[in-house]
Design a protein around this ligand. Structure first.
Ligand code: S3P
Length: 259
């Protein structure tokens, strides 16, 4: 049997190889990314990840560690996606738009696709206060909520590589919009008042719609804010009739065209 020192030296040699090859692999991924961008080819290719995984598992079908290799490659793919996203989107993506336009849902889907962290500003405020948005409005008033919202936006404005899901009223303050734009691209999600009404009907969590859950009120509030939403947006996406996946892909595509 080899002595402990020899075994450890062999492990060290393996680690050196793993690190060197990992670094080289990531360099190549970045070269592929640059090539695709130069040639105008689509950069996000989820099927390719699947192919790589299948190839690895077939090529190494003799391995004693199939599960572990799959786990390892899942992580390698995740890191690779994250590195590519950082290169392609060296900023955060802030989703703005009226209540019920799907900001939270799209934020989660985008975060998964781009390996970014998804942050919901309303959720952070609720956690901080230990109460719901409705309770904050009731106990402290809207102005207090708006102050908390502005503070939270300011705090998050230094971050990059995050998907920020903003409350529908974030655009009411030019200070918030200025802060968001420091390190984020602002993406406005739009939906028809009928769609919004349909989605929010029966949902009692929005204090601004409490006792006024009807189409006319939604239309009026939307109209009042329309210019502010438009002015705040770097990019606008109409969401009616589109799936979550389609909306996220459209955002990614439009942001990449912008660069
Ligand atoms: C608000 C929207 C809500 C929440 C609060 C106020 C607004 O967020 O921040 O009830 O002024 O439009 P959602 O847009 O996520 O519902």
């Amino acid at each position: 049997m080899k002595d402990l020192e020899t075994l450890r030296q062999e492990i060290d040699a393996c680690d050196e190889m793993i690190v060197k090859n990992f670094e080289r692999r990531m360099e190549l991924v970045m070269e592929v990314l640059a090539y695709k961008r130069e040639k105008g080819l689509p950069v996000f290719h989820p099927e390719r990840e699947q192919q790589v995984m299948e190839k690895v598992l077939t090529n190494f079908s003799h391995t004693n560690l199939p599960e572990e290799i799959e786990q390892l490659y899942t992580e390698i793919m995740r890191i690779s996606r994250k590195m590519q996203s950082k290169r392609l989107f060296p900023y955060s993506i802030a989703l703005v738009g009226f209540m019920g336009t799907g900001k939270t849902t799209i934020a989660r889907d985008l975060a998964e696709k781009l390996e970014m962290t998804s942050v919901d500003i309303d959720t952070l405020i609720q956690e901080k206060m230990g109460m719901t948005i409705g309770e904050i409005f009731e106990n402290y008033g809207e102005a207090h909520f708006r102050k908390m919202e502005s503070d939270m936006v300011e705090e998050l404005s230094v971050e990059r590589n995050m998907i920020l899901s903003c409350g529908g009223g974030v655009i009411l303050s030019p200070y918030n919009v200025m802060n968001l734009k420091k390190n984020s691209r602002t993406v406005l999600l739009r939906a028809l008042p009928e769609t919004i009404f349909h989605r929010l009907q029966g949902d009692s969590s929005r204090p601004l719609l409490k006792g006024k859950m009807h189409l006319e009120h939604i239309e009026a509030l939307l109209e009042k804010r329309r210019v502010l939403y438009d002015e705040a947006a770097d990019l606008t996406i109409d969401t009616d009739g589109k799936s979550i996946d389609e909306i996220s892909k459209e955002i990614i595509k439009k942001l990449l065209q912008e660069n």
